[in-house]
Design a binder for this molecule. Sequence first.
Ligand SMILES: Nc1ncnc2c1ncn2[C@@H]1O[C@H](COP(=O)(O)OP(=O)(O)OP(=O)(O)O)[C@@H](O)[C@H]1O
Ligand SMILES: O=P(O)(O)OC[C@H]1O[C@H](OP(=O)(O)OP(=O)(O)O)[C@H](O)[C@@H]1O
Length: 309
Amino acid sequence: MPRAEMHTDAESLDGRLLFAIPKKGRLHEKCLELLAGADIQFRRHHRLDVCLVKNHPIALVFLPASDIPSFVGKGNVDLGITGQDVILEARMQEHITEVLKLNFGKCALQVQVPEAGPIKTVEELAGKRVVTSFEVLSGEYFNKIDEQLNISGGQKTKIEYVGGSVEAACALGLADGIVDLVESGDTMRAAGLHAIATLLQSEAVLIKSSIPKHVTLEPLIQLITSRIAGVIAAGKYVVCEYNIPRARLHDATSITPGRRAPTISPLEDEAWVAVSSMVEKNRIADAMDDLVKIGAEDILIFNLDNCRV
Ligand SMILES: Nc1ncnc2c1ncn2[C@@H]1O[C@H](COP(=O)(O)OP(=O)(O)OP(=O)(O)O)[C@@H](O)[C@H]1O
Ligand SMILES: O=P(O)(O)OC[C@H]1O[C@H](OP(=O)(O)OP(=O)(O)O)[C@H](O)[C@@H]1O
């Protein structure tokens, strides 16, 4: 859809930065949270996929996640959020600049076969039927295996596209194996499948078009990137505050070194100091255990709403 063909019910899109957001699916809600955290204000009218941002010269374009790479890659929109998997599937990686990893939408693209079946390796699956929504990546992957095994012509692995519910293909007799996304593994296990190879790991990313005509939008892209980076960092870190005997300060600051350095404040009791430090959320329980062991007291943990780091 060229720029001129995208209409809103109100003002024109001229001069606005176009920002593509997944319109549904796994990434949609997380993207709305990011937009709110970055104070990008908009009201989406019922069924309208383009809407104007009230407080910035931006228009949001709601698109299927898998269409966003080619919209950004071809310069129809300037900025977008989607998965690394669909960028590679759309073969758009050379036309797109990855600006920021977003720390959600993490999953792996894996080859899966029936757990109870005879196939245990991708070499045993080669030459048979594979069903997937990722026909480009699966085609490339199995072409290489076919070549290594000298499988050619009509004997080559048959890759068939389906748009969803890929995991049902083996049970329905459509496939000997599938290539699909896995996060927790629940879907795969419920379908009686197990993974025998991983094609790639993926997460959601903020991307921009590599087309130079959009350099005028760069300052706004940088502002949005910095705001979104702040929201992502706020989700990754907590603030940890505690009191520690001055004699143990060295050990304490090696447990909570902070991003640059911890803040250390004197207390009325000269034998003690207060420490405040940012700590990665996924490390905080261990850090608290370690602080208790060296005599820290009054350990307090605060979540961050937003930050700039
Ligand atoms: N189980 C998962 N866990 C984490 N991220 C995922 C998972 N499944 C998909 N994703 C990521 O989300 C992107 C969009 O996938 P999703 O299946 O939600 O899209 P959709 O096809 O637009 O939505 P729907 O499945 O509702 O039709 C994928 O390309 C991938 O990057
Ligand atoms: O390992 P899990 O945590 O179970 O996640 C994997 C499932 O998630 C994705 O599908 P989704 O649920 O988005 O729906 P879809 O099958 O309609 O694409 C993917 O296609 C798997 O089916």
